[in-house]
Each structure stands twice: as C-alpha cells, then as structure tokens.
Design a protein. Structure first.
Ligand code: MN3
Length: 248
C-alpha cells in the first residue's frame, strides 16, 4: 500500500503524526509494541506494558497498534507543537492544566482540551488493561457493591452509559476523595479531570477503539472489554485516589 493511500485509510490521525513513524505494514500482527520514537518535546507517548496482541481476542492487535501508535501519538505530537510556543504547558501537571482550562489563552484552549484530554484519557486507558487482569476484590469490590449496586449491575449500567454516548466519547467511573464511585460519560476527549474529579477507570467508545473488529457493534465491544480490564491496576488507582495521589 502506498503511503498516500495509507494516509487516506487512517485519516487525520496519520496525517498529524506523519513525522513520527516509519511506514508500517499491517499484514502481520506485531508481537510487541515498537520502541517509542525519540521525544521531540516535553510530552512522551507512554509505552504499553503489554504486547499489542495481549488483549486478543477481545481487542485485536491491529486496533491496539493504530490506537496507541497513531491516535495517542497524534495527541502527543500536537501537544509538543503547542508547547513550542507555550512552554508552560510542558512543565505543568496534566491534572492542573485540565482542571483550569479557562486559565489558558483562547488560541490554545480548544487544542489543549482535546489533545491533553486525549493524552490523559489514553494514558489511563492503557494502564487499566492487560492480560490476566483478575477480578475486583477488596476495597474496590466493596465500593462497587456500596455505590454501584454490585458488579453485575455496575457492568450493565456502565455498558448502557457507554452505548448511550452519542458519537465519540468515553464512559468513566469517577472516584471522589472519600472513595465514592459514580458512572459518568463525556464527549470527545473531555474528562472528569476538567471538573476537578479523579477517574478510577474508563472505556474509550470512539469508533477507532473497536471498529476494525466490531464495526458498528459498540455494545459487543463494551461487553467484551471487561475481559481486558486489569483489576490489580484499578485497585492501585483506588488506593492512590484515597490518599490524594492519583494523577491522570
Ligand atoms: Mn481512543
């Protein structure tokens, strides 16, 4: 496939990171994430801690590679471009910037909202998935029972909320300081961090997260996604939230 038709196929994201990646052939699923490209600014694409194919059959390797190496990488590239003329962006805590978007100049506010929101959301997303993710236990399970009606009801309600999100967006579980959980959705790359909240977990319901394998069947993706969730990582996020140290 020519690079021109590849660009056409993968749309705007590929165009935005044209400088970041060498041409890549998708005929064979790669076994492991590629090495991260050399940083060109303060923002760096966080590596996946598992292989692209580690979440199969629930999320296929090609979707993971495009999602991580192209979509998330595009947000990183855009942030580094913005940081060239707004260096404070690269030295501020992501949670602080997203929690105070109105403090930004109008010329960058919208781009920061989308790209830093996307960076935060995807950093969270990769970190709460993985192979052999176990089951919810301890304080997290107790909080799910207490606040969300138990695991089965929680997953049903979470999937329903993700299904109702019109167009692109996310479905989250937010966690308040005292540990109380709530299901919330946001459009585009918005995040509860913009409201000063913290995110325990979240699922990406943009079509790019599932379309190659599930096409329009978002409900099937939402249901299968639970097989990829790393409950140990979520337990660690819960504990960090309660001590006020949870970041993105
Ligand atoms: Mn995404």
């Amino acid at each position: 496939m020519s690079s021109l038709s590849r660009r056409h196929l993968f749309g705007a994201a590929a165009g935005l990171v044209a400088s970041a990646a060498a041409p890549r052939v998708f005929a064979q699923a790669p076994a492991a994430p590629a090495a991260a490209p050399a940083p060109t600014g303060p923002f760096v694409l966080p590596p996946l801690n598992y292989a692209f194919n580690a979440l199969e059959p629930h999320i296929d390797a090609r979707t993971m590679e495009i999602h991580h190496d192209r979509h998330h990488a595009a947000y990183i590239a855009n942030l580094n471009t913005i940081a060239k003329t707004n260096p404070q962006l690269g030295t501020s805590a992501v949670t602080d910037v997203l929690g105070n978007l109105n403090a930004l100049n109008d010329d960058i506010k919208f781009a920061v909202r989308n790209n830093l929101g996307g960076h935060a959301n995807h950093t969270m997303f990769w970190s709460i998935m993985g192979p052999d993710g176990g089951k919810p236990e301890g304080e997290v399970l107790a909080a799910i029972d207490r606040d969300l009606g138990g695991l089965e009801k929680f997953q049903t309600d979470f999937n329903a909320a993700g299904g109702r999100q019109f167009g692109s967006g996310w479905v989250f579980v937010t966690i308040a300081k005292e540990g109380k959980l709530a299901i919330e959705t946001r459009p585009n790359q918005d995040t509860p961090l913009m409201d000063g909240k913290r995110v325990l977990l979240g699922n990406d319901v943009w079509e790019h997260a599932y379309y190659l394998n599930y096409q329009n069947r978002r409900a099937d993706y939402l249901k299968a996604w639970w097989n990829t969730v790393n409950w140990k990582a979520i337990g660690e996020r819960y504990a960090a939230a309660k001590t006020g140290t949870l970041g993105v």
